[in-house]
Design a protein around this ligand. Structure first.
Ligand code: HEC
Length: 454
């Protein structure tokens, strides 16, 4: 080829390239990001984060970012805590990527009540590491509308607010709604890889496409989608669990209590059910959401929990049953409590029952659940508590006594006591009687009570 022509060709190719770059540089910023949903579409409204800092929706929160956005309010009894818990799981799966490659925002629908301070407390309760925001209600409704998450009904009250959240990538313009019942793994996967480079789709696009390895019962399905974000079934509370581990719960709680609890935990707390109150205190004052289960669904979930307990811990929870050879399984001993005082009142041989008092302290950093007290000397020992009910003091049996970390419980006449029945033989004052404290998860501790005369 002739050298001169070759030279001109190269110069014009270079010039064309320069022109193109110049055109791109001069074009408005949105055109460069190749998405129709840019600055013109999203309102750049001011919001205030949980630390009281003012931010702008488009500039500071979403521009060029991969985000998950949901609308919640801290007084919400049902779906919001489920969504927040689910996002906490996703946060754990994403690890360091959260806050760097991926950003989560929870925006309140109740700015009157949800001040930055209230949002900050809520965030800490859940162990959330992302940003919670408040702002002007009209602005927030506008954002919801623009994100396709707005329902007219919400104007009438917070209760039926939209349960969806949206995940998106502002740069690529890819947005999609997600349900709070989605599996956290699938969500993390979608947020982490699919949104980022949608040319390399992940194998698991939706939960429905996940390989079905075996028949999943309705109860198991419900547990996975509604409960597993807050509860495990492994026999002990994991590091950052939001709710108690549920292995064995069908054995340690009354069935009726469980059914009521699953259907309306918020109502039980409102009417100050003692177990509900104790659990609430223990689990960081984070209320269990009302998941709006119907009776059949509640039964299905309980069935699943009972089956898992049977499968995973047949010995630990059935320790009072004899095995085939007629031997009782010995329980593992563990000193969970410090027993400062243990005594049983001496009684006349004709007396049907004897009272006893324990002073117990929990020196550990986890709650201890005392599920029962037994002794060779008595057929039955119950823990009784006096409580005011409809204006009258009444005695009632405490099924499980929860002792918070660092707490001390002192049984006293008029508050709480042991009622020991079915004495096997006469026990004179001064005698020592071994008592066994039984805890949940099949642990036990032996102590000695002294028989005293008052
Ligand atoms: C957002 C988190 C969350 C979700 C979702 C959730 N729970 Fe809970 N659950 C809790 C918390 C927290 C407690 C402790 C009580 C409290 O603080 O109100 C609890 C307590 C319980 C208890 C009582 C445990 C005991 O030791 O007596 C049971 C049973 C239970 N939940 C079952 C379920 C089932 C079944 C589901 C699913 C259908 C579910 N929970 C969904 C948070 C949750």
């Amino acid at each position: 080829m002739e050298p001169m022509r070759f030279f001109f060709r190269r110069v014009s190719a270079l010039a064309a390239l320069l022109l193109l770059l110049l055109a791109l540089w001069l074009a408005p910023r949105d055109a460069r990001s190749a998405t129709p949903w840019g600055r013109d579409y999203f309102p750049n409204v001011p919001l205030v984060d949980h630390d009281g800092r003012e931010v702008r929706f488009f500039d500071d929160l979403i521009e060029g970012k991969v985000v998950a956005i949901n609308f919640i309010y801290t007084g919400c009894p049902d779906t919001c805590p489920l969504e927040t818990a689910q996002l906490v799981r996703v946060q754990e799966l994403l690890g360091d990527r959260l806050g760097q490659d991926v950003h989560f925002y929870s925006i309140t629908l109740d700015p009157d009540r949800d001040t930055p301070k209230v949002l900050k407390e809520y965030r800490e309760k859940f162990g959330a590491r992302w940003t919670f925001l408040t702002g002007d209600l009209e602005d927030i409704w506008l954002l919801q509308k623009k994100l396709g998450l707005f329902l007219e009904e919400i104007r009438d009250g917070l209760n039926n607010h939209n349960v969806n959240m949206i995940i998106g990538n502002q740069k690529t313009g890819r947005w999609m709604k997600r349900s709070p019942h989605e599996n956290p793994y699938v969500l993390a996967d979608q947020i982490g890889t699919w949104l980022d480079g949608w040319k390399r789709p992940s194998e698991l696009n939706t939960y429905g496409e996940a390989p079905e390895l075996r028949d999943v019962s309705r109860g198991e399905q419900l547990f996975r989608t509604r409960c597993a974000v807050c509860h495990t079934m492994q026999g002990r509370d994991p590091e950052r669990a939001l709710g108690p581990d549920l292995l064995g719960v069908t054995l340690r709680r009354e069935r009726q209590w469980l059914l009521e609890w699953l259907r309306a935990p918020d109502e039980m707390l409102a009417r100050k059910d003692p177990i509900a109150m104790a659990l609430f205190e223990q689990y960081n004052r984070l209320p269990m959401p009302n998941l709006r289960l119907n009776r059949q669904e509640a039964l299905d979930v309980l069935q699943h929990i009972a089956e898992e307990t049977d499968r995973l811990a047949p010995v630990a929870f059935k320790n009072t049953d004899a095995d085939e050879a007629g031997n009782r399984q010995p329980l593992p001993e563990e000193e969970l409590l410090v027993v400062d005082r243990a005594e049983i009142q001496a009684a006349h041989t004709a007396a049907k029952a004897q009272t006893g008092y324990l002073t117990l302290r929990n020196p550990g950093d986890r709650p201890v659940v005392l599920a029962g007290v037994i002794s060779e000397a008595f057929g039955e020992i119950q823990i009784h508590e006096l409580r005011r009910l409809e204006g009258r003091m009444r005695r009632h049996e405490v099924e499980t006594l929860v002792i918070a970390p660092g707490r001390r419980i002192e049984m006293r006449p008029g508050s709480m006591q042991l009622i020991c029945r079915e004495r096997r033989e006469a026990i004179p004052a001064g005698q020592k009687i071994p008592l066994t404290l039984q805890f949940e998860r099949g642990l036990q501790q032996t102590t000695v009570a002294e028989v005293v005369r008052r």
